[in-house]
Design a protein around this ligand. Structure first.
Ligand code: NAP
Length: 333
């Protein structure tokens, strides 16, 4: 089979031929039709991810067709169109994952290959309203957005939510899910064009975080937020604390711009804020996210589709940050 290999830190992604995997007990082989990129893949290429198990076949997101099932797996999965839950070994505590927790695509071989081996318990039927490309866009970013916003921050219909960096993969799902849940959605972005695109998806408004004093301007415009969802951290996070309503919740799933600036502790305790760190999601979060997508018929936004052989170019495209929506890879016909 064709697969994309990352030999070592700072090396390019290269196309190789490799033996097709076979299913052991409880496992299934999926012919990957489409895969999607996450910032995680770029961090791994630069050695800036906590798992460092090179060489590797990356890829946490995939949708395809089940071609083989191992012993003990229901045969009715064969030929089914599926989406893969990338999380394994979360553990018993729903509030945080165990040390054994793994994300598909390092240490296990991931979806940047024509076939991938997964636990059959991680298979979900592909929603009929989604193409393989749209379905492949969903798993990692979708479950991260879902858990941060609903499981952790408990966003409800009618509440006002601020989602930062709306052009990001996770952030854009948060925008779509929050709109579908009936919340009043506001965004930040470094691009006015992306704010307009978020509004076209149902956001009420937004502000460019490159603008000086954006936090103050936004506060004057809308008042406070019940919930903020952030993957950027840095100085911007301080603004989220200032923008929170009393009793507000802030969900943080990433740290793209680095260390958080100075926060006045009184703003945290006097307003009785809750800050929820969140990573990926439990298998239950994933199942809930899939049910939510079925019910609301949300369609992931796909910015661009690259052929499998051009993953290196796709990674550089992601780094440039011009995308609005997921960067998808077409793996097999
Ligand atoms: N904890 C988890 O489970 C988990 C899962 C997925 C991702 N992450 C982390 O979350 C972050 C985003 O991941 P992703 O895959 O969604 O990445 P991505 O698609 O590359 O998006 C990154 C986004 O960050 C935004 N951004 C950049 N500078 C910003 C700033 N100063 N203020 C606000 N937003 C800013 C940009 O938004 P605009 O284009 O709108 O300016 C950009 O689109 C990464 O750090 C990633 O490692 C964590």
């Amino acid at each position: 089979m064709k697969a994309i290999y990352l030999e070592a830190v700072n090396s390019p992604f290269v196309l190789i031929e490799k033996d097709k995997p076979t299913a052991g007990p409880g496992e299934a082989i999926v012919q990957v039709k489409a895969a999607a990129l996450n910032h995680r893949d770029v961090w791994i290429q630069y050695g800036r991810y906590f798992t460092k198990d090179y060489p590797a076949i990356l890829g946490s997101d995939g949708a395809g067709v089940v071609t083989e099932v191992g012993e003990g797996v229901d045969q009715s999965w064969l030929e089914q169109e599926v989406v893969i839950d990338p999380s394994t070994d979360w553990g018993d505590n729903p509030h945080a994952h165990s040390n054994a927790y793994k994300v598909l695509g390092m240490p296990q071989d991931g979806t940047f290959a024509e076939y991938v081996k997964v636990l059959a318990s991680n298979l979900h039927r592909k929603p009929a309203h989604l193409s393989f490309e749209e379905a492949a866009a969903l798993p990692l970013a979708g479950v991260t957005a879902y858990r941060t916003m609903f499981t952790k921050c408990g966003l409800k219909a009618g509440e006002r939510v601020l989602i930062t960096g709306a052009g990001g993969g996770v952030a854009l799902f948060a925008v779509q899910f929050a709109v579908a849940a009936g919340a009043e959605v506001w965004v930040t972005s470094g691009s006015d064009d992306k704010i307009e695109k978020a509004k076209a998806l149902g956001a009420t408004g937004g502000i460019n975080y490159k603008q000086e004093n954006w936090g103050k301007t936004l506060k004057a415009l809308v008042g406070g937020f019940d919930v903020s969802i952030d993957g950027a951290a840095g100085e911007g996070f301080v603004q989220l604390v200032k923008l929170a309503k009393p009793g507000g919740r802030i969900g943080i799933y990433g740290g793209t711009t680095g260390m958080i600036g100075q926060i006045n502790p009184a703003e945290l305790f006097w307003k009785q804020l809750a800050i929820h760190g969140s990573t990926m999601g439990t298998n239950q979060d994933f199942a809930d996210m899939m049910a939510f997508v079925e019910k609301t018929q949300v369609k992931p936004v796909v910015d661009i589709v690259f052929p499998l052989a051009e993953i290196e170019q796709a990674m550089r495209y992601m780094e440039a940050g011009k995308q609005f929506g997921k960067i998808v890879v077409k793996v097999s016909q």
